[in-house]
Design a protein around this ligand. Structure first.
Ligand SMILES: [Zn+2]
Length: 473
């Protein structure tokens, strides 16, 4: 199946990743741990942009940037340099943002995603380092706000801006790209993606090879998909009515789910880029081998290994490798029980129950899931009871053995099931006759009687087989 892309949609994304696992900011020693702090308490003359203050580059930040570049298959540049991007905005007290321009630390690369019609490479144009501005806090929706407050705690945090080619053809592909990017960054352990604003997205969207429109300030992945759906519809409608799409920047209003025109798009010339005189160019190429050594096994490689080593389905391999924590959890479980059972229980059952409760994998203990799997595969309890034990642990707490006892989930002995089958068949001759006359449903009725007699502790599948054997005997 080939995806035709009937509307000629082209989407490129610029993702700002905040490296919030660094201890200090990009150009000063201010702590990055400001999330529960009062506004404007994690600041100094450098990140406040006071005259005369001088930036000093954070070495670890450069290393993280290289790590990200390498993980995205980018070429690391020989020598990189910072520029000043001049513009005035209240969240940027210096009047310019220190960023990278024609020598970004990482050049072309690629990310493989699950596209509309199979695997698909999304080109990475570049990844560069820059500082985060402060934060404006509007009082309410941006166009109705009565006032705005400024918090500079965020000013000077390290950002990596990852720019993609306009290779995505639908909001769904954009979403998959973002998920994949997050997965890779998670593996690299360079940021905590759950923190507010850890990944921010700007999108370039065009339809029918027309002008592109930039949509800014998308703060969640779900928001990205919604903003893109809205923007594509808006552009198509505009063209249908005989209008034109002009190069412009729009703001996504998350609360209302619409994009609003902000300004005509500024061009590079408007920013008057020039080399940052307070920071010397950095020769980074020589550091590549050392940084490459610190790269972990990445999601695609782990998925291939899981497929081969544990002989699991592609679906399980994907589900188990998209988050590094889940992958580690699985491997620990698989080292203690049959890896195939572990895949089913972790990927299908446990993850489902956790997602339903909006919990992460660390909300469940490895010992407990191993015990549940052993209870089921050891025929001590049924699969359905295994699921019940997991739910009980999540909702009420407790240990598998105790729950089995307390809830009476131990599987009944075979001879009790056999007796129940015998009785159920003998007591319901009409149902047996109906079944033999072709009424499939009557079999369920008899199996239901067996379950009743064993108070639900028989394995339904086994009971069904036994009833069938009895009737056909
Ligand atoms: Zn500072």
């Amino acid at each position: 199946m080939v995806y035709e892309n009937p509307d000629g949609v082209r989407i490129g994304l610029e993702v700002h990743v905040q490296l919030n696992k660094l201890n200090t900011k990009l150009f000063c020693g201010c702590s990055t741990d400001y999330h529960d702090s009062e506004p404007n308490t994690h600041v100094c003359p450098v990140c406040m942009g006071l005259p005369g203050s001088l930036p000093v580059i954070n070495e670890k930040a450069v290393e993280y940037a290289m790590k990200i570049g390498l993980a995205l298959g980018c070429d690391i540049v020989e020598q990189t340099q910072f520029h000043r991007k001049n513009y005035y905005y209240p969240d940027l007290p210096k009047g310019f943002q220190t960023t990278q321009y024609d020598f970004p630390i990482a050049g072309e690369g690629k990310v493989v995603i699950e596209g509309e019609d199979g695997e698909r490479e999304i080109g990475i144009t570049r990844a560069h380092m820059e500082e985060d501005p402060g934060r404006l806090q509007h009082m309410g929706s941006i166009d109705k706000s009565k006032g705005t407050l400024i918090n500079y705690n965020r000013s000077g945090m390290t950002l990596i801006e990852i720019v993609s080619e306009p290779d995505m053809r639908s909001p769904k592909e954009a979403r998959r790209y973002l998920d994949k990017l997050r997965s890779i960054l998670d593996y690299l352990d360079v940021f905590d993606g759950d923190r507010e604003g850890a990944m921010r997205v700007d999108a370039n969207v065009s339809v029918f090879m027309g002008e592109r429109v930039e949509v800014k300030n998308i703060s969640s992945f779900k928001g990205a998909e919604r903003a893109l759906l809205y923007e594509i519809m808006r552009q198509k409608n505009q063209i249908r009515r005989g209008g034109e799409i002009t190069l412009e920047t729009r703001h996504f209003d998350e609360a209302r789910g619409v994009t609003l025109s902000m300004r005509t798009k500024e061009t590079e010339n408007d920013y008057r880029y020039f080399p940052e005189p307070d920071l010397v160019p950095m020769r980074v190429a020589g550091r590549v081998p050392d940084v490459a050594q610190t790269l972990p096994e990445l999601p695609d490689a782990k998925r291939s290994r899981f497929l081969e080593q544990y002989e699991m389905s592609n679906m399980h391999a994907k589900a188990l490798t998209s988050q590094i924590k889940v992958a580690d959890f699985y491997e620990e479980v698989a080292s203690r029980v049959n890896p195939k059972d572990a895949a089913v229980w972790v990927a299908d059952i446990l993850k489902g129950e956790l997602n339903y409760r909006d919990l992460g994998i660390d909300a469940f203990s490895i010992d407990d899931i191993v015990e549940v799997i052993e209870l089921v595969t050891g025929n001590k309890t049924t699969e359905q009871s295994g699921v019940e034990i997991i739910r009980a642990i999540l909702d009420e707490g407790g240990k598998p053995q105790d729950i089995v006892q307390a809830k009476g989930l131990l599987k009944v002995e075979d001879d009790i099931v056999a007796t129940a089958v015998e009785e159920s068949v003998a007591e319901n001759p009409e149902a047996v006759a109906d079944y033999l006359a072709g009424k499939e449903k009557s079999l369920n009725f008899i199996v239901g009687k067996v379950m009743q007699k064993t108070r639900g502790r028989a394995d339904a599948k086994e009971a069904r087989e036994k009833v069938l054997a009895k009737i056909n005997a």
